[in-house]
Write a protein that binds this ligand. Structure first.
Ligand SMILES: Cc1cc2nc3c(=O)[nH]c(=O)nc-3n(C[C@H](O)[C@H](O)[C@H](O)COP(=O)(O)OP(=O)(O)OC[C@H]3O[C@@H](n4cnc5c(N)ncnc54)[C@H](O)[C@@H]3O)c2cc1C
Length: 361
């Protein structure tokens, strides 16, 4: 059945086994899940944000499900698709009619969009007139993605400008520094923009559009949804291990499996509630998302520990499903400013007039 936003969960479930196999096969530095991106294009997911998936309130549940399912099969692909949705959302929100039409045509043609914000501290990206200089790091899809939204500072600027750049394959990309524990196939390398032109028609919205609140922080529910898919993959690896080895009925093992199931379901409920709150523009969406991402991170760390203690050393051997997923998930859990996210939510709780029990009613 298709959701109102051009997303069919049934079609996505059909392509997940191939995405899962590709995730295992591309667990290498410099790799990129090209077949997975093509599959998402085939089933309409690259264009679905144009129909409201992650870009309109009625697309909240659908995107939460899509991100969880993709993340369950491949955290690197989930990361890439999350960036695609975010980039299209920014273009739809802040772009001119022509920019939106061009972006929509590209998405329909199968282009994956990226959003790259993190600067190389030694050479932050700057825009002088119409020419760029500097490098971004942690650019998922570096060298592969052909449409990138990037932030750039201008002299005496009123916040960073957002630029939509067409890129040639490999242009400016350097994957040599991307040698992480996990998420290897997200190709999150550096990109050097020095000398690249950025004429006015490449600017999306007013300066500061990228980090405009509440969208910027509340959008954190999307990475939490992908992480939630990773938690579900760990739970599946644990359950399969018990079924295979016949150890699951041991009371200690059964208790740990039960605790892992509680954590996974808690994460799913947080993600779903945060998605609805953020996408409907609720005034407390920032605080709620900050709680949700913190709860999902905790759930992930708990489920990883439970699975590793339950499976034991076998789960640390290359080739065991848990081994790669645990590396991918623990790497992808590292998101910006987790301490600030929790303390912001704590301040909200402290300062809100409603009774504590009615805070989110
Ligand atoms: C797989 C992957 C893909 C990514 N892809 C992209 C991408 O495509 N585009 C993009 O823009 N970014 C991307 N990123 C980067 C991401 O957006 C974050 O920048 C990054 O994950 C932050 O992680 P961190 O642990 O370094 O965070 P940090 O915020 O540095 O947190 C590390 C620790 O320091 C603490 N801390 C933070 N600030 C301070 C402070 N001022 N003083 C004291 N302590 C502090 C935190 O609370 C935490 O304990 C990606 C990240 C990953 C893992």
């Amino acid at each position: 059945m298709s959701s109102p936003c051009g997303f069919s969960p049934a079609l996505l479930r059909e392509v997940l086994p191939a995405i899962d196999r590709e995730a295992a096969a591309t667990d290498q530095d410099g790799a990129y899940p090209a077949a997975g991106v093509a599959a998402l294009h085939r089933i309409g997911l690259l264009a679905a944000p144009l129909h409201g998936l992650g870009t309109a309130p009625e697309g909240a549940d659908g995107l939460a499900l899509a991100l969880r399912l993709i993340g369950r099969a491949s955290l690197p692909l989930g990361r890439l698709y999350e960036g695609h949705v975010n980039a299209l959302r920014l273009i739809l929100r802040h772009g001119t009619r022509d920019q939106i039409a061009l972006g929509a045509a590209d998405a329909r043609d199968g282009h994956l969009f990226a959003i790259w914000n993190t600067d190389d501290a030694r050479a932050p990206v700057r825009l002088d007139g119409e020419v760029l200089s500097g490098r971004k790091v942690l650019c998922s899809g570096a060298g592969f993605v052909r449409r990138a939204l990037i932030t750039a500072e201008e002299e005496r600027g009123a916040g960073p400008v957002l630029l939509l750049l067409p890129l040639r394959p490999g242009e400016g990309a350097d994957l040599s520094g991307w040698q992480p524990l996990g998420m290897r196939a997200s190709a999150s390398g550096a990109v050097d923009f020095t000398g690249m032109p950025a004429p006015p028609q490449r600017r999306i919205g007013a300066p500061g559009a990228y980090a405009r609140q509440p969208d910027f922080t509340a959008g954190g529910w999307r990475f939490a949804a992908v992480q939630c898919g990773g938690i579900e993959a760990v739970l599946e690896a644990l359950r399969s291990h018990h079924r295979r080895t016949g150890r699951g009925s041991n009371p200690h093992q059964a208790a740990r499996l039960g605790q892992a199931a509680i954590a996974a379901e808690g994460a799913r409920l947080w993600v779903q509630a945060a998605a609805r709150r953020a996408e409907s523009g609720a005034p407390d969406a920032v605080a709620y998302t900050n709680l949700a991402r913190t709860a999902v991170e905790r759930a992930a760390l708990d489920v990883l520990e439970l699975a590793q203690r339950s499976i034991g050393l076998a789960g640390f051997m290359r080739g065991h499903p848990l081994e790669r997923i645990a590396r991918d998930l623990s790497t992808y859990l590292r998101q910006p400013a987790p301490d600030a996210a929790l303390t912001e939510a704590g301040s909200h709780v402290l300062d809100t007039a409603a009774e504590a029990g009615d805070l989110w009613a």
